[in-house]
Design a protein around this ligand. Structure first.
Ligand code: DC
Length: 226
């Protein structure tokens, strides 16, 4: 198989390690990394900035249609723009994190995002992370993984990340927020967070990032050998 055209889907709940793992694999294998959560976050940020009511599906959809979102590789990370404005840092702030589940629950908004995400994978090898990649966006991807970890472990990871970035962080609140976001993401009507039948589930609670990366690479080797 042509390794450059490999498509890898990485799904799982918030802070399960998806983006760190996806970024590393994309880097090591020379594939494009697509952080689909960043796209929902970018739209949320623009809506909050422009005072668009995030509960109004039609208004949000119209806003999305006039908002170009780009993801660009920058060093080992990725920069995100919305209509050419760099929003990489803004989209990680708490106000966006707390509002994004509402934005991501609107089915027409999801449809437009899914269309854009499918286009990004056309003719490209990609590692894409999100919630519905293996089930909806790239149902024919070569490798599908579903990463999980306990709420406690995920809250601790996010706490470290926030503190490292100088973002205010309260561990107990994070545990509550993560459990609530899990609930919202997995019970929404459109494309709830759900493991694809043919995805490999990896519990990352007790694994290091490198161990998870190695595990995913083993799965990629298996399909590449065919
Ligand atoms: O992975 P993240 O925390 O950056 O995702 C932000 C939000 O977007 C999260 O609440 C779930 C939602 N999301 C989604 O519904 N579908 C995706 N493919 C990616 C993210």
């Amino acid at each position: 198989m042509d390794r450059k055209k490999l498509t890898i889907a990485i799904d799982g709940p918030a802070s399960s390690g998806k983006s760190t793992v996806a970024k590393k694999i994309a880097h090591d294998l020379g594939l494009i990394y697509v952080d689909t959560g960043a796209m929902y976050r970018a739209l949320t940020y623009v809506a909050l900035t422009e005072n668009v009511n995030i509960k109004e599906e039609q208004e949000l959809l119209e806003l999305l249609k006039r908002t170009e979102i780009t993801l660009k590789k920058e060093g080992t990370g990725q920069s995100v723009t919305a209509n050419n404005k760099d929003v990489t840092e803004e989209i990680r702030q708490n106000n966006v994190t707390n509002a994004v589940s509402i934005v991501a629950a609107h089915s027409s908004v999801r449809q437009e995002m899914v269309d854009r995400q499918k286009k990004l994978a056309e003719n490209n090898g990609v590692v894409m992370d999100g919630r519905d990649i293996g089930t909806v966006v790239l149902p024919d991807s070569d490798v599908k993984v579903f990463l999980v970890a306990s709420v406690k472990e995920r809250a601790e990871r996010r706490h470290k990340e926030n503190t490292g970035k100088g973002i205010f962080s309260d561990l107990e609140q994070l545990k509550k927020d993560i459990a609530e976001r899990d609930y919202k993401d997995s019970t929404r009507e459109t494309s709830p967070l759900k493991q694809a039948e043919d995805a490999v589930r990896i519990d990352t609670t007790k694994l290091t990032i490198d161990e998870v990366v190695e595990e995913v690479k083993r799965l990629i080797e298996k399909v590449s050998a065919h």
